[in-house]
Design a protein around this ligand. Structure first.
Ligand code: HAM
Length: 416
């Protein structure tokens, strides 16, 4: 037997309702904030991600699905959506034609991580990006929409953490200060962190290794090295979050795994998720559009992991499969059932029919499993009288309904 590839999973018909609900909630809510959908390709030029996300990040260095096309160009399955969206914004000049450039995307992403609960190699994100607003109020609006989205999906138990990672004016000096502090303590660092001390010292801050925690607590904090503009921006973001009653915790170690962030970063975690606790993450990326060859356009956004959200929400009962189950009890009833099925579907009811000519008992069992609201029995007696026996599965009462009146009868019962 050929199995699905490690780290991928099927979204089975039983779960797909939950997926459709979170997708519908996204479309509904984001439209209220002026966002429109964008659909970009699943694969892009490898350079886009190397330059956009950062060559030294885990994503680019270790996790990308990169392959050589037949013409030898290097392509990569997108590990995230932001870089592709920024490319599209630049290539299509969207900033010139759209006065409020706000887009969202929903779709699969690919990272070759070690699979575990909540972590897959193909996973799905709901991604949101807003361009061209430098004011801190957009940071707050994006965060508010992210939380509103989680609430709309039914999530209650979560925590918002925020931080500022500075910008090109203040971060380089801080990175050097941090690197010097790390070099002075190399002996206390894991091999991974020793390597990162040289390649990407900020990432040491979000190391989970227990033996490093004490040292990390003593390292210089970025918040103490922000330039005046970044400090003011962060203070204003926090003031406005307080104004709107958005509860949050400041986490000085929240640096995130992508290099494009400037100033505000944020993450929402849920204790219900276990080790992979991050439901969504995002932040501001004021230099990215320019770095990728576009104009000097600010940006901010976030992405939510759909597998993780659906996993926490997976308490809702499976939806019923049909309104009506048609049970022909004799061979002559089957033609009638087929005609009736067409009539009822045309009237807007979901209908399933026993095609196999099973006995009454096994048909009733099947109707029960499908959570049918009504079963229409078509037996010898019914055919002779032109009256169908309609059984209400909720109360198990039954009534005889005249042929021709059945759609009206069901309409009244189901929608009346
Ligand atoms: P990210 O933090 O890499 O950010 O991913 C966002 C979310 O995607 C995570 O919080 C998590 O829920 C989900 N996720 C990431 N990797 C996996 C995985 N292997 N399996 C399952 N779920 C996963 C970004 O991707 C940025 N592009 C977000 C952003 C948009 N920043 C600004 N705009």
């Amino acid at each position: 037997m050929i199995r699905g590839v490690k780290g991928t999973r099927d979204i089975l018909p039983d779960e797909v309702g939950a997926w459709q609900r979170v997708e519908a909630a996204a479309r509904r809510l984001f439209a209220l904030y002026g966002y429109r959908e964008i659909r970009t390709p699943i694969f892009e030029d490898t350079q886009l991600f190397a330059r956009g996300i950062g060559a030294e990040t885990d994503i680019v260095a270790k996790e990308m699905y990169t392959f050589q096309d037949r013409d030898e160009s290097s392509l990569t399955l997108r590990p995230e959506a932001t870089a592709g969206i920024v490319r599209s914004v630049i290539e299509n000049n969207l900033m010139n034609t759209d006065p409020a450039l706000r887009v969202y995307a929903i779709g699969p992403m690919f990272r070759r991580e070690r699979p575990q609960k909540g972590r897959y190699r193909q996973f799905h994100q709901v991604d949101v990006e807003a361009f061209g607003v430098a004011a801190p109020s957009i940071d707050v609006e994006v965060i508010e929409m992210a939380l509103g989205y989680l609430e709309a999906c039914g999530l209650r138990d979560y925590e918002l953490v925020v931080n500022s990672v500075g910008d090109a004016a203040c971060r380089p000096a801080y990175v050097e200060t941090l690197r010097a502090a790390l070099r002075a303590n190399l002996g206390k660092l894991s091999a991974d962190s020793q390597r990162r001390t040289e390649t990407n010292p900020l990432r040491v801050l979000d190391s989970k290794a227990p033996e490093e925690q004490e040292l990390i607590g003593t390292l210089p904090r970025l918040v103490d090295h922000l330039c005046a503009a970044c400090r003011e921006h962060f203070a204003e973001v926090r003031r406005q979050m307080d104004l709107l009653g958005i509860q949050h915790r400041i986490d000085h170690r929240l640096v995130r795994g992508l290099d494009y962030y400037t100033r505000t970063t944020f993450e929402v975690t849920s204790g219900a998720l276990g080790a992979q606790s991050s439901v969504l993450g995002g932040g501001r990326y004021d230099g990215l559009v320019k770095d990728l060859g576009g104009p000097d356009l600010t940006g901010i956004g976030f992405a939510l992991g759909m597998e993780r959200l659906v996993m926490i929400l997976r308490t809702a009962a499976a939806a019923p499969r049909c309104d009506v189950f048609l049970a022909p009890l004799v061979a002559a009833g089957r033609d009638k059932a087929q005609l009736l099925q067409r009539e009822l579907r045309a009237a807007g009811f979901s209908v399933l029919l026993d095609h196999e000519g099973r006995g009454l008992k096994s048909q009733m069992k099947r109707a029960d499993k499908l959570q049918a609201r009504f079963v229409v029995l078509i037996g010898e007696d019914e055919l002779a009288k032109g009256l169908w026996t309609v059984r209400d599965m909720a109360g198990s009462a039954q009534e005889s309904v005249e042929d021709g009146r059945i759609a009206g009868y069901l309409e009244e019962k189901l929608n009346g």
